[in-house]
Write a protein of this length. Sequence first.
Length: 381
Amino acid sequence: MINKFVMPEVIFGSGSINQVGECSIRLGARKVFIVCDPGIVNEDWLEMIIRSCKEVDLDYVVFSNLTVNPKDYEVEEGRRLYLDHECDSVIGLGGGSAIDVAKAIALLSTNKGNIQLYEGIDQIQAPLPPQVMIPTTAGSGSEVSQFSIIIDSVRKKKMTIVSKSLIPDIAIIDPQTLSSKPPSLTAATGLDVLTHAIEAYVSVAATPLTDVQAQNAIALVANHLRPSVASKANLEAKTKMAMASVQAGLAFSNAILGAVHAMSHAVGGRFPFSHGDVNAVLLPHVMEFNLLACPKKFATIATLLGEDSRGLSNIEAARKGIEHIKKLSLDIGAPQSLSQMGLDEENITEMSITALEDACMITNPRDISLSDVERLFRQSL
């Protein structure tokens, strides 16, 4: 059996954000297109990047006209600005939305047509310009992955774009950037990390190379998400969660994901909900559904979460793990149902159809039907 594992160069540690200018020059950049969240514009992190670029005489343009669940027309606007300003490389700064948009702009800067043409797996033809990504959440893992998730505003669905061309050249992970995030965002993004790790671990495309990354990430989240939510100043917890995000990102980039993300993408295409919050609600229900497919792996997840499973069957141990996740979600203030977030039954069938078409569903460990997806959505309300 042949296993493949792909990843960017990773620079990890406090203060590493200051290396972005030098990294871009090393990749051949002369004028960088900086894509960032609107909320980052007035924070120190953008100023630090601009200063780093100036120190190496690197010209730059800043683009921040994007939303939490990024849209196709935002990507198109970014492409126009990139080409109009004759940029030759991309820096992404922010959460998963900013980094996904940065990747999509890089894609369209060298490939013709609209972003819809590249939905699915390995649709990109021309090479992309150099990319350096800097996450400020822990997090989407997009800075190390081959994914970009963009909403088709006409079809009202999240498009999953998967290609090794989307893997950034360099990922800079500076745990200090996590210290400016509110508890609710820390909670939502942390549960996204946990979902990435669990779905990658039980994916039908999992390998020994992805398993070790996923296992480490699960254990790190179990030990450090609560203290990270509790205190912005806890740099140790922030550092551990940043590492968990990277490792979960490497795992799912190579093993792909499953039904939680397929369903979450369907919700996110229609409603402006936090992706991490939707994942947090769906995860226990999908774990219970998938349990039949790989009970031993789910039992291992329980152990990684810190549960004592001695004397228990794999199924019994696995269910302790599911209950652990429910308690973790409750402890850190995450939503406990989709109805609490504002969802009702009206769009369930349509969202279920969309979820079944998502690329992430391909690697779900248990076969799943339309009625299964509809039932899981109703259980989550």
